[in-house]
Design a protein around this ligand. Sequence first.
Ligand code: NAD
Length: 243
Amino acid sequence: MTNELEGKVALVTGAAQGIGAAVVRALAGAGATVIATDIRDLNQTCLGVARTRGVTCDVSDPASVDRLFHSIAETEGRLDLAVNAAGILSEGRLVDMDVSEFDRLISINLRGSFLIAQGAARMMAGSGSGRIILVASELAYLGRADFSAYCASKAGVVGLTRSLARELAPSITVNSVAPGPVDTPMLGVENMSQDWIEKEFDVPLGRIGRPEEIGGLVRFLCGPDAGFFTGQTLSPNGGAVMI
Ligand code: NAD
């Protein structure tokens, strides 16, 4: 792997596990200095990765996000790359779902994306350049019964990406990734058979994704070859939906 992100400072949220942790490894592996954040303690997770420092942050809480960006300003003094991978999944039928659960999901998945993009854009304005990458889902496009709040939150992330790309051009690019099913604790398929996985997800490539495959795509979007991408949502999904 080349050191194509050498000298860059990157923020990654949702870094304690799954896709966020894979993004931390991908960006640090390409030479970036990474501020890894999660609502959970990061001590046992990605802090072993070189050039990585952990900060606790709840992306849905404006005060917590504010503290995060102050800490980056104080210690690093700049921010080049921001990846918002923090998110939650919640299942529930429309007729049964309490509105507080809908609000919780939107506040972490969509308001969190807004707050991280806002803080990042304010810091990046100082240097006049930067890359923001949000994590949506293929379900923003497909929809799924009993996952309406999740799908709506991710469709919101796609809309946010398109609007912010126009608003922040030409200095800052904004793109999102919309994965299909990926083998992380969120999906919880570690004890499921290959047959069950194939039936449940019906992916033409016959398997679910690996976190590293999403990390690699984010590294590309952060790197020198992706400078002409903005407002795009790239969907590594094994062929389940063609966006
Ligand atoms: P995961 O549950 O394995 O990891 C998510 C991380 O986000 C956790 O470490 C969690 O502590 C953190 N988090 C949750 N709420 C937070 C908050 N308020 N503030 C800060 N951190 C918080 O999930 P994952 O599969 O790695 O998912 C990462 C992102 O990718 C999510 O946005 C998810 O919706 C999206 N996604 C996942 C899949 C999949 O199949 N795994 C598919 C499409 C999209």
